[in-house]
Design a protein around this ligand. Structure first.
Ligand code: ATP
Length: 319
């Protein structure tokens, strides 16, 4: 392997830069040249490609976002788009590709592999919705960002003796809500994996009030329903002033946590080892604190297991 390409695709996530840095430096350490493909698969089709050296990735390990930018590309998903991508890879003499992104991006890497280029995927998304891996790059940072916000809202919630609903991201996954809720001492978490039961939530809030609690915190995952509507119903049913905060895009930015930087550095370095070993259509994952690689097809057929124990623990600890 003489020259590889790297791209980031789908939604950005803190830690993507740490992964890019590790790909570039591990490759150069092993005498492999690296080309940075900008703007995901869109940039691949358009030949938006720059050489990356050791200095190109200096001073980025602590930065959120992705220096290569990211995009979604409908064109790439067509047969013509894939052929255009293969053509560009040939023109730039790229014989291996590392793709950092969510499951859609990994599927793209698998499609390219079928066309004959060696590809390795790295799961990067704040949503933690790539089922084959216990953690995706960016998830831990997003949980910590949400936790920081919960702590601040908790202060004002206590002063005014209110109920506060905090909506966090996660698409169809309740993982950010669940872990930020557990760490933030939430009274209730509302996740798409569990049926929404407003009466049950109100019962818990009133139980807390009766034993002298000054406030209630409810963390809601974006995929579980409209936060404002839930807040309105809770206020009507409990008679307690209820405020809603939607955290939004602050969860996608910020300096990655140590966990995300380490995960990204380790996963990306392993991606290069896999390419050097002649592997293709594999994705790096972390399972039970061990890095492994799986065939992308197999990896994408995993079904996400909801963390029932942590969900129950939120309930136990909010008595
Ligand atoms: P996130 O979870 O952050 O949204 P993602 O990687 O799942 O990340 P997608 O929009 O699903 O985000 O995928 C990113 C890009 O990957 C798409 O715009 C498309 O170019 C490519 N892609 C997605 N699915 C496929 C597919 N089935 N075949 C080929 N390419 C795909």
């Amino acid at each position: 392997m003489k020259r590889i390409g790297i791209l980031t695709s789908g939604g950005d996530a803190p830690g993507m830069n740490a992964a890019i840095r590790s790909v570039v430096r591990t490759a150069i350490y092993n005498d492999i040249e690296v080309m940075g493909i900008r703007r995901g698969y869109n940039g691949l089709i358009n030949g938006d490609i720059i050489p990356l050296d050791v200095s190109s990735v200096a001073d980025i390990i602590h930065r959120g976002g992705t220096i290569l930018h990211t995009a979604r590309s409908k064109e790439f998903m067509t047969e013509e788009g894939l052929d255009m991508a293969m053509n560009i890879l040939e023109v730039f003499k790229i014989d291996g590709l590392v793709v950092i992104g969510g499951d859609g991006s990994l599927r793209g890497a698998q499609k390219l592999s079928e066309k004959g280029i060696k590809t390795i995927g790295i799961p990067g998304t704040i949503d933690n919705d790539v089922a084959c891996t216990d953690f995706t790059i960016g998830f831990d940072t997003a949980v910590n960002t949400a936790l920081d916000a919960i702590a601040k809202i908790r202060d004002t919630s206590t002063s005014h003796e209110r109920t506060n609903i905090i909506e966090v991201m996660g698409r169809n996954s309740g993982d950010i809500a669940l872990l930020a809720g557990l760490a933030g001492g939430a009274d209730y978490v509302i996740v798409p994996e569990k049926e929404l039961n407003i009466d049950e939530i109100c019962k818990e809030i009133l139980k807390g009030k009766n034993r002298g609690k000054l406030h209630s915190i409810v963390v809601l995952a974006e995929g579980a329903g409209g936060a404002y509507e839930v807040g309105k119903q809770i206020q009507i049913k409990t008679g307690i002033e209820t405020r809603t905060t939607i955290l939004g895009y602050i969860q996608r930015g910020g300096s990655p946590t140590a966990f995300d930087r380490i995960l990204a550095s380790r996963m990306a370095s392993m991606a290069i080892e896999l390419l050097m070993g002649g592997k293709t259509s594999r994705t790096v994952c972390i399972q039970n604190n061990k890095l492994i690689d799986l065939d992308i097809d197999d990896a994408l057929s995993y079904k996400k297991q909801f963390d029932e124990k942590s969900y129950k623990l939120v309930e136990i600890l909010s008595i």
